[in-house]
Design a binder for this molecule. Structure first.
Ligand SMILES: [Zn+2]
Ligand SMILES: [Zn+2]
Length: 96
């Protein structure tokens, strides 16, 4: 079974369910400000989703001084999570 590590600011907490990981990232960690548009978003998966759904890769690379490898790594995290996670469940749990 996949184990999901938080990894925000070196947090090594590990979760069996990816939904639990995302809820943890969004509720136990401070929200972060998007460096492209200034929106405040939950850290972790939602921050990655915001960056790549709302902004182009070029904007992201400029604002975060990121390289192609950084972009690929985050895109692959996003794809892996979206393949595994019930995002509706996560959103419902965060909002309730
Ligand atoms: Zn954490
Ligand atoms: Zn933004």
């Amino acid at each position: 079974m996949a184990r999901w590590e938080c990894a925000i600011e070196g947090d090594d907490e590990v979760f069996d369910r990816v939904e639990d990981l995302i809820v943890h990232q969004a509720t136990s960690h401070d929200r972060i400000e998007c460096k492209v548009c200034g929106a405040v978003v939950p850290d972790g998966y939602f921050a990655i989703r915001h960056a790549f759904d709302e902004h182009s890769r070029a904007e992201y690379v400029r604002a975060y001084d990121a390289g192609a490898a950084d972009v690929r790594r985050r895109e692959s995290v996003k794809e892996t999570i979206e393949a595994e996670a019930d995002i509706r469940e996560v959103v419902d749990r965060i909002e309730s």
